[in-house]
Design a protein around this ligand. Structure first.
Ligand code: PA5
Length: 441
């Protein structure tokens, strides 16, 4: 069960500012739950966990069972909201040193989240002698990066390996429209639908995230159970709602001049959780000249690189910590006769305890240095706790965006780079833009 502690943050906020932020958070909560705000046609994520479609879960698990025995690797192709949730869960739930998620399930790889020739070349080499399958995820079905990766990987599968693509390709896309939907129908791929009313960055609890997570051998039923519990907590219009508290305090900090929020973890398995969170908050709030800039660090690693700035740099930062209370492993330091490295004072102590002392010491130091700290604790990293975190941060993001006065469910700014890229690439339909951009370079 996720818990929230605001004690190391509230001391940095004037009472009046916090009171007003709390009032605004309750108003924003009403706007969200009454579906009265901008982007209210994208609220399908709000009750996804509590209306789990058993047939859908059965179908997802059936693909996982089939491919478990047929393939060694599965490449999940997607970008942004069609990538980060699955990547985050697979990283969080996997050992850092096993290629296979749980020894017996296929290795989950990712592609289509960049256009890097070396990355793709290495992936094609790696797959050249392997039994593999593809999951292609694109709500619009037209995004350039995954479309390029899909074309190349499909070619390897079908032409070079001679495999019937309908047996080894599953698509997750719109129910009716888009190039990927058309291609799936033409080629007979099995498909899963991205609901119309769920945007990319809120889609981890749809087949966009659930399918790749299940394919890695992880328990999506437990993930959804955690999310459903948190859905209940976040639907309460009272002080027990952690999303309301978090939204209120981070916005109060923003109003007090803290423009950058750093998501902190002390467990490298959560590195991609931070990437998922950064997209959620960055894309939802960074518009109309407003928004808290979301950044992230993994401690204690980054204390040796970013620690100096956080302790003594410009005082525009606050930290949101995700602390994991229980490790999965137990490692105890032993005493050595001559104590050459001077570590005998730690003999008999667990690494987890040493890490927790580093957490405590860091929070105290950063607090003394003028950095407010919000603290979330989870019992352990597992599907249930991850489901809770996914839902909690989504719910808080909806409230927080409305508090800022922006539409938390659109991303108009993402189009700007695409327009230029298409003009430079000479995409049909971009002839005029192409002429104009050439004059600028
Ligand atoms: O949050 C979003 O909407 C984006 O990050 C999209 O998920 C991303 O651009 C990929 O889009 P699509 O799923 O249409 O390929």
């Amino acid at each position: 069960m996720v818990s929230l502690d605001l004690n190391a943050a509230l001391g940095f906020i004037d009472d009046d500012v916090y009171k007003k932020a709390r009032e605004d958070a309750f108003k924003a909560f009403d706007v969200l739950h009454d579906a009265k705000g901008a982007g209210n046609d994208f609220l399908g994520w709000l009750d996804l966990p509590s209306r789990v479609d058993e047939k859908l879960i059965d179908r997802i698990e059936a693909v996982a069972r089939r491919w478990k025995t047929e393939v060694e690797a599965i490449v999940v192709i997607g970008i942004g909201g069609s990538y980060l949730g699955a990547k985050c869960a697979v990283e969080a739930l996997s050992s850092a040193f096993h290629a296979h998620a749980k020894g017996e399930f296929p290795h989950i790889l990712f592609a289509g989240h960049n256009i890097c020739e070396d990355y793709m070349g290495e992936l094609l080499d790696y797959l050249s002698d392997k039994e593999f399958a593809l999951v292609v995820v694109s709500k619009s079905g037209t995004t350039t990066e995954p479309a390029i990766a899909f074309r190349l990987l499909r070619d390897l599968l079908e032409k070079k390996r001679g495999i019937k693509s309908s047996e080894r390709i599953v698509a997750v896309t719109d129910a009716e429209k888009g190039a990927l939907r058309n291609l799936s129908e033409e080629k007979g791929y099995e498909t899963f639908v991205v609901p119309d009313n769920v945007g990319g960055r809120y889609s981890v609890l749809t087949p966009v995230g659930l399918l790749p997570i299940a394919l890695g051998g992880f328990d999506i039923r437990n993930l959804l159970k955690g999310a459903a519990g948190m859905e209940k907590s976040c639907a309460m219009r009272d002080n027990a709602n952690p999303a309301l508290h978090y939204a209120a305090v981070r916005n109060a900090l923003y109003r007090s001049g803290k423009k950058i929020e750093i998501l902190v973890n002390y467990n490298p398995r959560l590195r991609y959780f931070s990437e998922w969170w950064k997209q959620l908050y960055g894309e939802s709030e960074g518009k109309d000249g407003k928004g808290i800039f979301p950044a992230s660090v993994t401690f204690t690693t980054d204390l040796h690189s970013m620690g100096q700035y956080i302790q003594e740099g410009e005082r525009i930062l606050f930290e949101t910590n995700i602390l994991v209370e229980n490790s999965a492993k137990e490692i105890v330091l032993k005493a050595e006769r001559n104590d050459g490295d001077g570590l005998n004072y730690l003999a008999g102590k667990r690494m987890g305890w040493i890490n927790s002392m580093a957490q405590l010491g860091t929070m105290l130091a950063h607090g003394e240095g003028g950095v407010p700290n919000i603290l979330f604790k989870i019992e352990r990293i597992d599907e249930y706790n991850l489901g809770e975190l996914f839902y909690l941060f989504e719910a808080a993001c909806g409230i927080s965006g409305y508090m800022l006065g922006v539409n938390p469910f659109d991303q108009p700014g993402v189009e700007a780079y695409k327009r230029n890229m298409f003009a430079l690439l000479g995409k049909p339909g971009y002839e005029k833009a192409s002429e104009e951009i050439k004059k600028r370079i």
